[in-house]
Write a protein that binds this ligand. Structure first.
Ligand code: A3P
Length: 293
């Protein structure tokens, strides 16, 4: 398949974007959410697929087992703002979903989310990942994902990350914007990737309590087993191996799944510069990420 050239970044309502996420903007803004929709919101590479898969198994693992072998995760959980031309746009996929609840994914910063999600008071699960690992994961993703701009070398990429010139804008604004919204939107569950790695079972319990679900111990164990990194990495319905715009020879989608991989990438100088800049950018927020030293 002949791939189109890598897209360019441009400013869109104050956020860096590529056309893949703005081409369908009118339909995105007018999207009609339903009260039982569940929105999975993240900055790219924070653990979106992991949480999507957890929710899918919790809701449909038992009632629709055929999904597990026939439907890739990106069709089960439409990516709202995407319009990649190799699949119908996310809004159309979401409109066609016959499941209840509908699980919908977005990377939009909080201020760009279609208003019907707030009007309908939908449940939202936001996943946040520490900035350094998030940047590393994004770098490797952009190397292999031909639908994002060229990442360049690591040093340039890291600079761009700090400057917020990334698809979906600055990490800093994203995680803090959603954190602030949590103070007024009570149906927002804010999860940290690091907590999920530390104790997936505990985070599953918290998630179920937020969703009002009470699976049996056996069912919970089944979900926990199904969403372990190694299991998901082998699962062609969860590992994105069916997507033609990604080159797994460069880097797999399920890459490492670890906390602290940034230490293998940041030089001492980069780390010092990053920390100093981080303090400034995050000085007005109460959101706390674990220090990964
Ligand atoms: P790495 O590149 O650090 O390995 P997203 O789904 O938001 O694109 O995030 C992808 C990141 O989440 C990748 O991080 C991927 O390996 C990690 N991930 C996906 N499933 C995971 C799991 N079950 N356990 C731990 N990490 C997981």
């Amino acid at each position: 398949m002949e791939l189109p050239p890598r897209p360019k970044l441009f400013d869109f309502h104050g956020v860096s974007m590529t056309h893949y996420f703005t081409d369908n903007w009118e339909n995105i803004q007018n999207f009609q959410a339903r009260p039982d929709d569940i929105l999975i919101a993240t900055y790219p590479k924070a653990g979106t697929t992991w949480v999507s898969y957890i929710l899918d198994l919790l809701y449909f693992g038992q009632t629709a087992p055929e999904r597990q072998t026939s439907l890739p995760i990106y069709e089960r959980v439409p990516f709202l703002e995407s319009d990649f031309h190799i699949l119908p746009p996310g809004t159309e996929l979401a409109d066609k979903l016959s499941t209840s609840p509908r699980l919908i994914k977005t990377h939009l910063p909080v201020q760009l989310v279609p208003k019907s999600f707030w009007e309908q008071n939908c449940r939202i699960v936001y996943v946040a990942r520490n900035a350094k690992d998030n940047a590393v994961s994004y770098f490797h993703f952009d190397r292999m994902n031909k639908a994002d701009p060229e990442p360049g070398d690591w040093n340039n990429f890291l600079q761009r990350f700090m400057d917020g010139k990334m698809v979906f804008g600055p990490w800093y604004d994203h995680v803090t914007g959603w954190w602030e919204r949590k103070q007024t939107h009570s149906k927002l569950h804010y999860v940290f990737y690091e907590d999920m790695v530390e104790d997936t079972g505990r985070e599953l319990d918290r998630l179920c309590s937020f969703l009002g679900l009470s699976p049996s111990a056996e069912e919970k164990e089944r979900v926990r087993g199904g969403v372990q990194f190694d299991t998901m990495k082998k699962n062609s319905m969860a590992n994105y191996s069916t997507v033609p715009i990604m080159d797994f020879k460069i880097s797999p989608f399920m890459r490492k799944g670890k906390v602290g991989d940034w230490k293998n990438h940041f030089t001492v100088a980069q780390n010092e510069q990053f920390d100093e800049d981080y303090k400034k950018k995050m000085k007005n927020t109460t959101v706390q990420f674990r220090t990964v030293v």
